[in-house]
Design a binder for this molecule. Structure first.
Ligand SMILES: C[S@@+](CC[C@H](N)C(=O)[O-])C[C@H]1O[C@@H](n2cnc3c(N)ncnc32)[C@H](O)[C@@H]1O
Length: 223
C-alpha cells in the first residue's frame, strides 16, 4: 500500500526552525556515538570518500556533512533537495559559500525534469539518514533509487547511511529511542533490515557495498 500524505509529512515534520539549530548536538554529537553507535566522524569520513565536485544531497537536515566534508574542488556544484522548506533554507544558508541550487520536493515521487528543476546530472548523490525517515517498508521506500538513477552521470555514485532494526545490534537505548521515533512518525524503520536494503540496491546497481556500523548501514552503489 502506498504511503499516505500524512505518513510522508510526518517524516519531515520534526525539522523546524526550532529543532534544526539543536540537530547537530542532539543527533550528531550525542545519539550517533552513544545510542546508534555510529560516530559522526565515521559518517563524515564516508562522505569525504564518495562526495564529488558535482553533488546532489537529498534530505539535507542541518547541512552538517556538506559544511564539514572535503570536496575535491574549491568550487563544487552542489544541489540540495528536501521536502521541508525549513531544512532546505537552513542547510542552504549554512553552505551559502558554495552557492547551492535548492529544490523543494518529495523524493518518493519521480524527479521529472520540470519537477526537479535540475538541468544536468550529478557525479554523486547522497542520502544520509534519509531512508529511515521515509514511510513504508524497505522494498517500498527503495523507489527513491529509481528516482535518482536518471540523475546519476555515468560512473557516478549514490551513497548514504540509514538506521536499521534488522541485521544490526541495538542496545536498549537504541531500541527505546527507535520505538519512540517510530511511534511519532519521525522514523519509519520498523521493517528495515540489511538484507532487504542490499537486495534493493543490487536490483538497481551493478556495484554495491554496505558496511554496518552500530545500528547504521553505510551504503555505496554505482550504475
Ligand atoms: C534525519 S534528517 C537527515 C539530515 C542529514 N542528511 C544528515 O545526515 O545529517 C532527514 C531529512 O530528510 C528530509 N525528508 C524527509 N522525508 C523526505 C521526503 N519524502 N523527501 C525529501 N526529503 C525528505 C527531512 O526534511 C530532513 O531534512
Amino acid at each position: 500500500m502506498p504511503p499516505t500524505a500524512e505518513e510522508i509529512a510526518a517524516g519531515q515534520a520534526f525539522y523546524t526552525d526550532s529543532t534544526l539549530p539543536n540537530y547537530d548536538l542532539r543527533v550528531l554529537t550525542l545519539s550517533n556515538p552513544l545510542i546508534w553507535r555510529c560516530p559522526t566522524s565515521r559518517l563524515l569520513r564516508f562522505f569525504d570518500t564518495h562526495v564529488s565536485a558535482n553533488h546532489l544531497d537529498i534530505g539535507v537536515g542541518s547541512g552538517y556533512f556538506l559544511d564539514h566534508c572535503i570536496f575535491p574542488s574549491p568550487q563544487p556544484r552542489i544541489a540540495l533537495m528536501d521536502l521541508n522548506p525549513m531544512s532546505l533554507a537552513y542547510a542552504a544558508r549554512r553552505i551559502v559559500r558554495y552557492r547551492p541550487e535548492t529544490f523543494l520536493g518529495n523524493v518518493l515521487e519521480p524527479l521529472d525534469p520540470p519537477t526537479a528543476g535540475f538541468d544536468s546530472g550529478f557525479d554523486s548523490i547522497s542520502l544520509n539518514y534519509l531512508l529511515h525517515c521515509l514511510p513504508g517498508d524497505m522494498t517500498a521506500k527503495a523507489i527513491v533509487f529509481d528516482h535518482i538513477k536518471p540523475w546519476m552521470n555515468a560512473g557516478g555514485v549514490c551513497f548514504g547511511s540509514t538506521l536499521l532494526q534488522g541485521g544490526v545490534t541495538r542496545n536498549w537505548a537504541a531500541k527505546l529511542l527507535m520505538a519512540h521515533y517510530n511511534r511519532h512518525g519521525v522514523f519509519s524503520n520498523r521493517h528495515d533490515d540489511v538484507e532487504t536494503l542490499e537486495a534493493a540496491l543490487r536490483a538497481r546497481f551493478s556495484s554495491v557495498e554496505i558496511e554496518i556500523v552500530g545500528c547504521a548501514a553505510l551504503f555505496c552503489a554505482r550504475l
